[in-house]
Write a protein that binds this ligand. Structure first.
Ligand code: ZN
Length: 331
């Protein structure tokens, strides 16, 4: 299979083309590291301005969507220790968190001294949604470029559950641990507004509603939330504009008693479902759902190309895949 000679995007990736040197159109469009550094400085300044305006304006400064993975653990530590924010961390238990991830989460929130909530929705409902995601493409074609259908449905519920809690608790910032490969710098800080959210919510909620009906309502915003007069929270992905180096991240979080799970795949440090979702996606579309993210990390100098290729080529752990299938009654 042909793969971009600069990043790691394969010829099966939607909308890809190559020049005579085998460099993909996404690499050709990249404005360069110098430009990126300037943008990062701009967003860091914006972040500091927002902290000045909103810090200490509510009982919590930030609601952290905390998966327990390496990037969100690192983000949580930065927000607490470097920026001294009052944080409420929220972990969504989709039924497939690795046992080590549970241990990590408990250790890290204790060591950092932050408030934390585990939220576990009715598993029969999630199961129905994940099972449909293994067979059907329930979301727009575009979403499949960057994540599997299963991941997108899970993350959709996470995003809107988090937003709902932030609105109800009047927390000014929602923070995510997206890597620079997942969050483009231009989307690393934005203010939510009702009309934009309605569109985003419909794109996720309507397909899920068709699968599971009204039972999904508690995970999304209701009319009263959209009508709320107060300010809507900002979404912030600090790793897009702060330093991002995996080696440093592991060094830091190990000090918080975070240990690498042994049962997850190389693209996730918390979720077992991920391996299965990746496998389904690859079989259906012929490219890895992490290809876009890893390609971006390579292009922007955060990750060695060889390492990215290794992660994309790594086969899913058969035991993990079997465990997931069993829990979804797919055997
Ligand atoms: Zn490329």
């Amino acid at each position: 299979m042909k793969i971009c000679s600069n990043c790691v995007l394969p010829e099966t990736f939607p909308g890809i083309s190559f020049d005579s040197k085998g460099v993909c159109n996404f690499c050709q469009e990249f404005k360069g590291k110098e430009y990126l550094e300037k943008e990062k400085a701009k967003y860091l300044q914006k972040f500091q301005e927002l902290l000045g305006r909103f810090k200490n304006s509510s009982s919590y400064d930030a609601l952290m969507a905390y998966s327990g993975g390496k990037d969100s653990t690192y983000t949580l530590s930065l927000l607490k220790e470097k920026y001294d924010l009052k944080i409420l961390a929220l972990t969504f238990d989709n039924g497939f968190l690795s046992e080590q991830a549970f241990k990590n989460i408990r250790q890290v929130v204790e060591n950092l001294g932050v408030d934390h909530i585990f939220f576990k929705p009715d598993f029969s409902l999630l199961k129905k949604i994940f099972l449909t995601g293994t067979k059907d493409d329930i979301f727009s074609r575009k979403t499949l470029d960057r994540a599997s259908t299963i991941c997108t449905s899970c993350m959709g519920i996470v995003k809107f559950t988090t937003l709902r809690l932030a609105l109800e608790k009047k927390i000014p910032f929602i923070t995510y641990g997206w890597s620079p490969g997942q969050a483009p710098i231009s989307a690393s800080i934005f203010k939510n507004n009702p009309s934009m959210l309605k569109g985003m919510q419909n794109a996720i909620k309507e397909p899920l509603f068709r699968i599971a009906g009204e039972k999904i309502n508690p995970y999304f915003l209701e009319e009263r939330h959209f009508e709320q007069k107060e300010d809507f929270p900002y979404n912030i992905s600090p790793l897009a504009f702060l330093e991002y180096a995996e080696e440093k991240i592991f060094k830091k979080i190990e000090k918080l008693s975070w240990n690498m799970p042994v049962d997850t795949d190389s693209n996730s440090t918390n979720c077992l479902l991920n391996s299965f979702a990746n496998l389904v996606h690859k079989q259906r579309f012929g490219f890895h759902p992490y290809a876009f993210e890893l390609a971006k990390l390579v292009r922007e100098g955060y990750l060695e190309r060889e390492e990215a290729l290794k992660r994309l080529e790594q086969a899913e752990d058969q035991n993990t895949v079997e465990l997931v299938k069993k829990k979804l009654n797919l055997n």
